[in-house]
Write a protein that binds this ligand. Sequence first.
Ligand code: ATP
Ligand code: MG
Length: 419
Amino acid sequence: MSITGIKGMNDILPGEVETWQQLENQARAIFSPFGFHEIRLPVLEKTELFCRSIGETTDIVEKEMYTFDDKGGTSMTLRPEGTAPVMRAFIEHKLYAKDPVSKLYYIGPMFRHERPQKGRYRQFHQIGAEVIGIDDPKIDAQVLAMLSHFFETAKIPDVELQINSLGCPQCRPGYRESLITFLDQRIDSLCQDCKRRYTTNPLRVLDCKAAGCKEATGEAPAMLDNLCEGCEAHFAKVKDYLDDLSVSYRVNNRMVRGLDYYTKTTFEMVTGSLGAQNAVAAGGRYDGLIKEIGGPELPGIGFAIGLERLVLMLGEETAAAERPELFIATLGEKATQAGFTLLTKLQRHGIHAEMEYTGKSLKAQLRRADKLQAKRVLILGEDELERGVGQLRYMDESRQQEADLKGLDDRLISEIHGA
Ligand code: ATP
Ligand code: MG
């Protein structure tokens, strides 16, 4: 029996991978002028890191992590998200000592043991960005402007930026208490999960998809109406700056995030086209996180974009495979040898050239050139080789010319590079 891959973990094949590369390149090109640098980190971290940062009572830590003991008995976890590892590395390498502001981005796989379905996988990929060291609301607006710009550039249809504020350690505990009091009176309408968790993590009830919970929390107090002065002023400024920068958004006062470390500004890029998997990017401010995991008291803000969902939204409009500039068809040993040398020279010059490696008939070789949609075909026969010429066909123009083989390599290189 043949061996298959793991459920919920996808192979990304040629034909699809071009879309991925395009999105990754766009992200790099967009983030760099905003001052971001890439950071690459291991996929495994000590389990403790995620428990302390994401929070013990979140879905991710309670039920979605791939956790195991390694041979030495240390509990390890395949990273379910990128922010905590970036902060771990930031602290470990004392990046703050070199520069009080760090702007970092990452691209890579994340792992969560969820039920696989459209837009939800067990290995998925995120492009994320983090700014550490600035609490000014200008940076919140700038991060959102950059995120929106990425979505526009990538031509992702039908997305809406939703923003909210989740307050800070000064105002959230009071709000939490009033939410618990509110939920206490409606406990019978809540689902089993929410009955259990409404005292440990009441904000999650607001995010519950169960109909009963949705109805019961319809009139629930909102964090936005209970912000302290500082958080309220901060959020007002974020909105002002977004308006100045012409970034469109909608305030959604019921948005809560599934990770405990968020404070103040939180946001999601939401789409109507992926059913229940409607968040294509999400993030927020995490001013207490770095201190919580043993670093200095520095604020941070960031987001993560889910790549699989973007690729789904871009649909079949995948980039066409690149056409070879030249296909070399040969007849006879000598011609094949000469063709092979020319092929390699062109490839070393960055030109996409192809030929058949095993002795096929000329007809079969031309069929292959056709299939690859080569722009030019060079036919080299034994007799022609003797005369020092070949037949060069320009496929799009249906024209053919006899080409002098001497210096043909250089002429092709300048013709193709000059095009
Ligand atoms: P959801 O509410 O859909 O579970 P989330 O709040 O758990 O999302 P985040 O932790 O904020 O998601 O991750 C940011 C982005 O990563 C999401 O907006 C989504 O695009 C993507 N993402 C999260 N989990 C998965 C998954 N299991 N498969 C594919 N993409 C995912
Ligand atoms: Mg989730």
